[in-house]
Ligand binder design. Structure first.
Ligand SMILES: [Co+2]
Length: 437
């Protein structure tokens, strides 16, 4: 999920206020090994996909050669569509590690430092929660990738992703669940579209679809996104953004300035171009979107990771969790708010609603979502109805924030890739890394 861009105009670009995400691979190439590990776990789950869960579990247990793998030894088979909680596939919290990237330069000492290792152990539970959420993300998106194709209804896609997440993470109040509304933005729309009740958008073969969803365990949120297209002509756009995101991840580290990360992302993104209908178009970053750090139950923790060089001197710090997301476009490079709103989140304010119906709704929102973003469908499924006026009242009073879809100019195409990583005392761990992106 990207930071809500305040309505952008050509004249005032509120870059500082926008946060989005980016991800990159280890500069040293040591990521290859780790990528393979993730591959291994996916391949393992894939091999058994579609089969009976318990039967496969036994089979896998006897497969000793998997034991040395980092992916948690006891991983058994997931079904298609996914129905088995990851806690059953990875007993005793043996969730796969993300991609491990060693720190470089002045921070090289951290990898082996006893002191840093001791600090690392303090946060073990958080790491377990994050890895569990990341594994849910990988397994749900794997199925999403196979079911999303031209002709599919975005309402069905959202339902699959959300129900899959709830099942695999064993959703339970604030202990575990969905991190934010499933973003399913098409073509010139870059972010913050999800179907409202009754919306039926059918994917077309020349569409470019961004799939952005989140999983949390005890408020530890994994925020990761990818782009799908079925026409090869968009490959340069997707390559540019994947490369830019991986560049951002690679540059990230303890004490690194956010503006420097943005500069690296911009340089890579702008080195690409695309030919559409015989016309060569430069690929630009969507400069009023950005990545962000993530707090407990807080998708935007207050720091923004720009995707252009905005000169921000703020530094990343030890222990911080970041989502780096980059967006590329064939359009103007600026998003504006467009269309019907579906995404909302509650503001931390003491302001009280004046309307009675809004008071009741606010109580429901607090109880069910806390500070996590939600969409209208999530309110519908609580059994609420005719709440739109109350919701509008809360938005007008500044008690709830509204995040309408964010789009570049009509006719343009936008792409997004996003990963969540944590700056552990010893290493950078790209939690949501998979064999897919
Ligand atoms: Co995000």
């Amino acid at each position: 999920m990207t930071a809500a861009a305040t309505a952008a105009t050509e004249n005032s670009v509120p870059e500082k206020e926008l946060a989005s995400l980016a991800v990159s691979e280890s500069a040293k190439g040591d990521n290859t090994e780790n990528d393979n590990d993730v591959d291994g776990s996916d391949a393992e789950a894939e091999a058994a996909a579609g089969a009976d869960g318990s039967g496969q579990k036994k089979k896998k247990k006897n497969k000793k050669k998997k034991k040395g793998k980092k992916t948690g030894g006891g991983a058994a088979a997931q079904t298609t569509p996914p129905t088995i909680p990851v806690s059953q596939l990875f007993p005793n919290n043996s969730y796969p590690e993300g991609q491990i990237c060693e720190y470089t330069d002045d921070n090289m000492y951290r990898t082996t430092s006893e002191e840093m290792r001791a600090r690392d152990r303090v946060n073990e539970q958080q790491l377990i929660d994050l890895r569990r959420a990341a594994e849910v993300h990988r397994q749900v998106r794997k199925h999403a990738r196979s079911m999303i194709k031209p002709g599919v209804d975005l309402a069905d896609v959202a339902e699959m992703i959300e129900n899959g997440t709830r099942t695999l993470v064993e959703a339970d109040g604030f202990k575990a669940g969905i991190g934010f509304p499933t973003g399913l933005s098409i073509n010139h729309c870059a972010a913050h579209y999800t179907p409202n009740a009754g919306d039926h958008v059918i994917v077309k073969k020349d569409d470019v679809l961004k799939v952005d969803f989140g999983v949390h365990v005890n408020g530890n949120i994994i925020d990761s996104a990818f782009t799908l297209a079925w026409n090869d002509r968009y490959n340069p756009l997707l390559d540019a953004v994947r490369d830019a995101t991986n560049t951002g991840i690679r540059e990230a580290g303890i004490d690194v300035r956010l503006g420097d990360i943005g500069a690296a992302i911009q340089e890579v993104m702008e080195s690409y171009e695309i030919v559409l209908d015989g016309k060569t178009i430069p690929i630009r970053p969507l400069r009023n979107l950005c990545g962000h750090n993530i707090g407990s139950y807080l998708i935007h923790g207050g720091k923004s990771v720009p995707i252009v060089n905005n000169g921000d001197q703020t530094r990343m710090e030890e222990g911080e969790l970041f989502a780096i997301e980059t967006f590329g476009t064939t359009g103007n490079g600026l998003v504006h708010e467009e269309g019907i709103c579906s995404h909302y989140s509650r503001n931390e304010t003491n302001e009280q609603p004046r309307l009675q119906s809004a008071k009741k709704l606010l109580t429901t929102l607090k109880k069910n979502f806390g500070t996590l973003p939600f969409c209208r469908r999530y309110v519908d499924r609580l059994g609420e109805s005719h709440y739109y006026l109350g919701l509008k009242h809360l938005v007008d009073q500044g008690i709830v924030n509204a995040y309408p879809p964010l789009c570049d100019v009509e006719g343009s195409y936008t792409a997004q890739f996003e990963h969540t990583f944590i700056l552990r005392p010893t290493v950078k761990e790209v939690l949501s890394r998979g064999d897919d992106y």
